[in-house]
Design a protein around this ligand. Structure first.
Ligand code: UDP
Ligand code: MG
Length: 336
């Protein structure tokens, strides 16, 4: 008999965040179940309803009547994809956990390829989009620029084009569960925890139904948020600019002092005074604002509110951990 494969998951968890996906869910569940059955995998599917305003939750409950392996988490409101994923990870029991979008842009057929890499010993197998041409030139250029700026400013480099579609070993999930920060830039979090990672290419398909929740403005906010969460470089830059101005002004002061001593007072230059005053006030305000941004983050974190609230939990996890829904975030953190 062959020795038992240590990386044969007795349980695989799939975490799928859903926000207004009533149009996708009826295609999603059969397709995912199909892949699991074809591969003979025993898996729990954790569907997280992120405060959808449509029929998503009702459809989830209906599907739960068909498939026993569904675990349903209903968040009390829309908390955003990052937090919805976190809620799913908190519930996931699997030896390996796969995160995927609910709009079928992440093909479930990739799961066997992810598992193969995991069995080879990789702790994180992340999907990389083979072709981004569907995104449009502007978005691609901006996204490339973001990765370049982020990686030059942050000590936690992130991989371009790697998103949430990934498989993670149990220990990676445990590590991520311990990170309860509010500003949840998942790309940064995935990379911060480290572990042995490998990319696997996949093709993004156009959305099954509905539309993306991420407008350019929201993407920009997310990028800015991520930068502030994983880098204090902007603060250092502010210090450097301040220092440069101090050096320039001191030298100018010395120069004018010497000039006045040697040549006497001449007609004062109003323009230069006004320009330098304006420039300096602008810079001071900019630096104050920057400090305010970080301070606001500290305030948010210090309040220590739970990351999310669960309205209802349906399924196996609910039976096994009846108290999870009632536990505060802090207690959940203490458990892991
Ligand atoms: N999503 C979520 N909460 C949100 C926004 C999105 O749970 O506030 C889910 C959504 O249902 C989908 C996944 O996150 O399963 C990816 O969202 P979307 O397709 O809108 O993003 P994109 O593919 O454009 O990056
Ligand atoms: Mg999508």
């Amino acid at each position: 008999m062959l020795p038992r494969d240590p990386r044969n998951p007795s349980l695989l968890s799939l975490v799928i965040p859903l926000y207004n996906e009533e149009g996708s869910i009826d295609a999603l569940i059969p397709r995912v179940q199909g892949v699991l059955e074809a591969e003979g995998l025993s898996a729990e599917i954790i569907l997280v309803n992120d405060g959808s305003a449509d029929q998503t939750w009702n459809k989830m409950v209906a599907w739960r009547g068909v498939h026993e392996n569904l675990t349903l988490v209903d968040l009390s409101r829309n908390f955003g994809k990052e937090v919805a994923i976190t809620a799913g990870l908190d519930v996931a029991d699997g030896d390996a956990v796969v995160i995927m979008d609910g709009d079928l842009q992440h093909p479930p057929e990739m799961i066997p390829a992810f598992l193969r890499r995991w069995r080879e010993g990789y702790d994180i197998v992340y999907g990389v989009r083979r072709d981004r041409s569907g995104d449009g030139a502007t978005r691609r250029t901006l996204s490339r620029a973001f990765y370049r700026v982020f990686n030059s400013l942050s000590s936690t480099p992130i991989t371009p084009d790697a998103g949430d579609f990934r498989l993670m070993d149990r220990k990676v999930v445990e590590a991520i569960r311990r990170m309860r920060e509010r500003a949840r830039f998942m790309k940064g979090i995935y990379s911060w925890v480290g572990f042995k990672s490998i990319p696997v290419e996949f093709d993004v398909i156009t959305r099954a139904a509905g539309k993306s929740s991420f407008s350019p403005a929201r993407l920009f906010a997310l990028a800015f948020d991520g930068l502030l969460s994983f880098s204090t470089a902007p603060l250092k830059m502010a210090v450097m600019i301040g220092a440069a101005f101090a050096v320039v002004s001191i030298s100018m002061g010395l120069y004018y002092m010497a000039r006045t001593l040697i040549l006497g007072v001449d007609v004062p230059g109003f323009a230069s005074i006004i320009v330098s005053t304006l420039a300096l006030s602008g810079l001071i305000l900019l630096q104050l604002g920057l400090m305010g941004l970080y301070l606001g983050r500290i305030y948010d974190e210090v309040k220590g509110r739970p990351l999310y609230l669960v309205r209802e939990l349906v399924g196996r996890a609910a039976a096994d951990t009846p108290t999870l829904a009632r536990l505060s975030d802090r207690q959940v953190k203490d458990l892991v």
